[in-house]
Design a protein around this ligand. Structure first.
Ligand SMILES: [Cu+2]
Length: 156
């Protein structure tokens, strides 16, 4: 059917509402301006299933962003943790969300203690590429391939 200017003006609010709904419904809405550097997962022997993922998460935007979760087809669940030392005891503390400052980054490494704890994981042998989706408070998501690495080959 031919679209004339008058019809478009009537339809425009409806189109905008439909687009908004689609964006809300779409879990794979890309987390624009978010970027992952050096993602890797520690290799574990096949009889173990808990391991950790590491990365540097960059926010190239001008607003703070908040990481609220992660999931992967290769793990039953993933939690955001921070390793801390309390009374000389190493503990891991669950993090409900982490802020990534605007034009800044947050490192998940031994120094900061932040890591992605992966439970009941599969296929964590050196060289494998494991897709992990990071989810943000605004509903956006970012999927990145993490490389499985044998820790012993790392200089730490
Ligand atoms: Cu942990």
């Amino acid at each position: 059917m031919p679209v004339v200017v008058g019809e478009w003006n009537l339809m425009r609010p409806i189109v905008l509402i439909v687009i908004s709904l689609l964006m809300l419904a779409c879990a794979e809405q890309q987390a624009e301006q978010m970027r992952v550097e050096g993602p890797w997962i520690a290799e574990i022997p096949p009889m173990l299933s808990v391991t950790a993922g590491w990365m540097v998460l960059h926010n190239d935007g001008t607003e703070p962003r908040y990481l609220v979760g992660a999931f992967s087809p290769n793990a039953e669940s993933i939690e955001i943790h921070q390793s801390v030392v309390v009374n000389e005891m190493a503990r891991m503390v669950f993090q409900p969300e982490l802020e990534i400052p605007p034009l800044g980054s947050l490192a998940f490494n031994q120094e900061t203690g932040y890591h992605l704890m992966m439970y009941k994981s599969r296929g964590m042998s050196a060289g494998a590429k494991i897709p992990v989706t990071l989810t943000f408070r605004d509903g956006a998501a970012l999927t990145v391939d993490f490389t499985v690495v044998d820790r012993r080959t790392l200089d730490q």
